[in-house]
Design a protein around this ligand. Structure first.
Ligand code: ADP
Ligand code: MG
Length: 286
């Protein structure tokens, strides 16, 4: 190590892009989130998993500011969420909602162009056309470009919405079940896009139900149940059969992909005891 390097003070750790600290949400007297702490940093894909009604979408809406916390704090880049203007937020984070409400007869291109709104009257407006084209291509929506949204299938509409938030070119992507309506290939495409964006330095938080998909693409998994964080760790730490069986209230088995070694999570569909075939019955059939 050179003298100058050893003399240099270590760089302070960068603030996480997102930080939720001891957040609670109570709506009409019902506790929906309780004591939730959560962080996500640039360069990471963080998957939020958990049963239906666990509080995943609520946590995401707390991060977007659509749902106020009744306890705790939310920060983006180390700054309280409430101190950000809507326009600033629009340039910093993009949100793909679980229910995307755009049903007006806009074309796919028009919807994707809406993603550029936060960059209006900035120098980056000059990139609009190229970014819109690139986002449509990345999501495989070229042949639907001029089609009105109501004429699309659910999966095509979901990809149009994804193209819109990619066009927003924000460093933070918040995706609520982006793969829910998609076929196998397009699920992989979405997660690959998410991973590529993280490798380029973005912070990606994605709600997923497919645990094998989460295992394959997430750097970190946060398991939520009953409005609380149950575990937060690497896919191998979080995706264990006893823990998932308990949280999902279903016997689950976790296997290893024979080539990649990543976890494959399946409901246990066989009898727990091994099936024994009597030797004489085998002889009879041969
Ligand atoms: P998830 O996305 O994990 O399936 P949600 O965050 O959407 O779960 O919801 C968590 C729980 O909070 C659910 O039981 C849901 O019914 C409830 N909930 C969400 N929003 C409201 C609301 N505005 N009023 C009352 N209950 C709500
Ligand atoms: Mg949800």
């Amino acid at each position: 190590m050179s003298a100058s390097a050893s003399a240099a003070a270590p760089a302070p750790p960068a603030a996480p892009a997102l930080r939720v600290t001891r957040a609670g949400v109570t709506i009409d007297g019902t506790r929906i989130l309780q004591d939730v702490s959560f962080e996500a940093s640039p360069g990471e894909v963080v998957a939020l998993i958990g049963p239906n009604g666990a509080g995943k979408s609520t946590l995401l809406s707390v991060v977007t500011g659509d749902q106020a916390v009744t306890e705790g704090t939310v920060e983006i880049d180390g700054r309280a969420l409430g101190a950000w203007s809507l326009r600033e937020l629009g340039r910093r984070r993009a949100v793909l909602l679980q229910q995307n409400g755009v049903f007006f007869p806009f074309t796919v291109r028009e919807v994707v162009e809406m993603g550029r709104a936060p960059w209006q009257r900035t120098p980056r407006e000059a990139d609009d056309e190229a970014v819109v084209a690139e986002s449509i291509e990345l999501t495989g929506m070229q042949r639907f470009r001029e089609r009105p949204l109501p004429s699309l299938s659910g999966g095509e509409r979901a990809r149009a919405s994804l193209a819109r938030i990619l066009a927003q070119q924000t460093g933070i992507l918040l995706l609520d079940e982006p793969t829910a309506a998609l076929d196998l290939r397009h699920q992989e495409d979405v997660l690959r896009i998410a991973r590529d964006r993280a490798r380029a330095g973005d912070c990606v938080v994605v709600v997923l139900h497919d645990l094998s998909l989460a295992a394959a693409y997430a750097d970190r998994i946060v398991l939520i149940a009953g409005g609380r964080v149950v575990t937060d760790g690497s896919p191998d730490e979080v995706l264990t059969a006893p823990l998932l069986s308990e949280v999902y209230e279903l016997p689950v088995e976790v296997m290893r992909h024979p080539v990649t070694g990543t976890a494959l999570v399946l409901p246990q569909r066989h009898d727990a005891s091994p099936i024994l075939i009597p030797a004489d019955s085998l002889e009879e059939t041969t």
